[in-house]
Design a protein around this ligand. Sequence first.
Ligand SMILES: [Zn+2]
Length: 438
Amino acid sequence: MSASMTLEIPTSGWYVLGNARLHASLTPGLDGPLDRDGFATVDIAVADGKVTGIASRGARPPPPRATDLAGRIVLPCFIDCHTHIDKGHIWQRMPNPDGSFMGALDAVDADRLVRWNADDLARRMEFSLRCAYVHGTSALRTHLDSVAPQEGISWPVFEQVRESWRGRIALQAASLVGIERVRETAWFDRLAARVATANGILGAVTYMVPDLETLLDRIFRTAAERGLDLDFHADETDDTSAVSLRLIAEAALRHRFEGKILVGHCCALARQPDREVRQTLDKVAAAGISVVSLPMCNLYLQDRRQDRTTPRWRGVTLVHEMRVRGIPVAIASDNTRDPFHAYGDLDMLEVHRMATRILHLDHPIGDWPKAATATPAAIMGIEGGTVSVGGTADLVIFKGRSWTELLSRPESDRIVLRAGKAIERVLPDYAELDGLMG
Ligand SMILES: [Zn+2]
């Protein structure tokens, strides 16, 4: 038996997590009365690393071999579909001088050129993944800065890291380049080939350059030819003339693109006139595009004013308007302790807690618990993100018994079960990175 927060979780054989709260949106076919947050009280049977049964608690006596969770919330392990673990944790040696977007771009460029060798990348990625794992994340997509010659360094490191983390965190990577790099046809084609070799995702940051539609056509054509999914950073600005989300949707429809498309940020949408927003979102829905909001990074960078006056808007996109149209919406960590976001620890509970406050993912809670679990799993095309009979018992047990209890404390003493067994949860010490910060 392993002792964690007074609960004894068996380490072998079968057992039951009794009197647990599961959210209706995360458990297909859940029956039984729901509380006002949408949770049902159930017994979860676990055997051989899998969930083998979910039974409504009702008035039944406790089953044998049951650990009484006393109504605590159990969530599936988190799925973090938009991160930058190649940039992570460089803050100490390369801070953002003024907290602005341009400050972030310049600082990361300077750091990458000088410091991002294979050893530096591997050690920082490892640190990030250890944090994510301890917090209960089971799958993660990272963008990889792929501007030449970095793609030749970062992709091989990523492939090694992905292999060494297999079974703990399922990893995906997307290439990240400014859209203007796509003009270099031959180089971009070589990058796409490298991405395909690594089973990666083709990505770019869109800006409102005059030839944006031509460049998008090239990206969509290349992705279709190589069978790659797409992942964009779009409209991460308050500039209302930034409409690349709409242009991406139009390109997807024009190309009848059959792969998956994820678009991150889309901040400018929140500043545009309602009629324009409706037209854009109708196209996004028709094109089958998913959106990921990065609320912590947006809050940090957006509306940071040169005169150091107080920010006037949250910087996030229109997630509720998207959900009304059936557009899948995820939330994710984005940058962690780098010039784009000075804070963070790849803790998706923190992301969910912040997102709930910033984006009003409550009243009602509805199916928003999917935004950090089931929705990103579907976006990444992987198993997980639900608590289902037959599924792997990758679960997080919290102390909170209601949404307000869950999202009011850090829940640092949560229990993370991987394949039914509690993992050791020790966060890496920042001092481990000191040797890279000189
Ligand atoms: Zn990002």
